[in-house]
Design a protein around this ligand. Structure first.
Ligand SMILES: Nc1ncnc2c1ncn2[C@@H]1O[C@H](COP(=O)(O)OP(=O)(O)O)[C@@H](O)[C@H]1O
Ligand SMILES: [Mg+2]
Length: 232
């Protein structure tokens, strides 16, 4: 059983003649401990794929399984529970709460996922240490660099112990060396914790760190064996 199994997904937007297929019969399975990179131009459907995989929305057709749980037609409230407990999200700009310190960002998410205050605090401290930010646990986002913010965002996504980690353009605000650091961290956490990670990017310089690379074009997914051919 795969940690994440997407089968024959279709999502379209618009109405009448103006239908745009954001996802056009997309299938993808990701095992625990595997980092899959999804590359494709802007508008190719990458974020739509993450939205469906992460229970932010239901597909028009197809199926979405997280482990042995079929979330395809889950109610909005069940989808919210799935997001809080089984899925971690890391976004481009890290989406941190400006008013909260680094450690409080994590504790807040841990509490939302149902952890006791004590467990959330202990795990938050441990995760900040894992991402190299133990010394900066009490800083607010405004006092952190872009790379550090992204690492806080990554730690925050992991506090609930998610089976699936969904990452959208994590490096677009970072220089090359920080980008490599962040993706290396994502890969190591994926491998060490047995998480199924899908990372959307159009930064070809980081895809070599992925275990597998797939391409998206006009809502369709293609497998490629050799990332150096992505730009063909
Ligand atoms: N909420 C929406 N309403 C209408 N069209 C949308 C919406 N979200 C995405 N689309 C369209 O679906 C296609 C795929 O978008 P998206 O998944 O955001 O691609 P990407 O993340 O690769 O840039 C695009 O043509 C986009 O304009
Ligand atoms: Mg996008």
């Amino acid at each position: 059983m795969s940690a994440l199994a997407l089968h024959d997904l279709c999502v379209s937007f618009g109405d009448g003649d103006e239908q745009i297929a954001a996802l056009d019969h997309v299938s993808l399975t990701v095992d625990g401990g595997e980092l899959v990179a999804v590359v494709g131009a802007s508008g190719s459907g990458k974020s739509s794929l993450l939205a469906v995989a992460g229970a932010l929305r239901s597909p028009d057709s197809g199926t979405v399984m997280i482990g042995d749980v079929d979330i395809t037609n889950a109610t909005p409230s069940d989808r919210a529970t799935v997001r809080r407990t089984k899925v971690g999200f890391v976004f481009q700009s890290s989406n941190l709460f400006e008013a909260l310190t680094a450690i409080d960002q994590l504790i807040y998410m841990g509490r939302l996922a149902g952890m006791s205050s004590r467990d959330a605090r202990a795990e938050a401290a441990r995760l900040l240490d894992v991402v190299g930010l133990a010394q900066k646990a009490n800083r607010r986002p405004g006092k952190l660099s872009g790379g550090e913010r992204q690492r806080v965002g990554t730690a925050r996504a992991l506090i609930s112990g998610p089976a699936v980690l969904l990452v959208d353009e994590p490096t677009s605000a970072l220089d090359h060396s920080r980008a490599l650091d962040v993706v290396t961290l994502l890969r190591d956490l994926t491998h060490d914790r047995g998480i199924a990670t899908v990372m959307v990017t159009h930064d070809l310089s980081v895809v070599e760190l992925a275990d597998r690379v797939v391409t998206m074009r006009d809502g369709r997914l293609g497998e490629i064996a050799d990332f150096t051919r992505v730009g063909d």
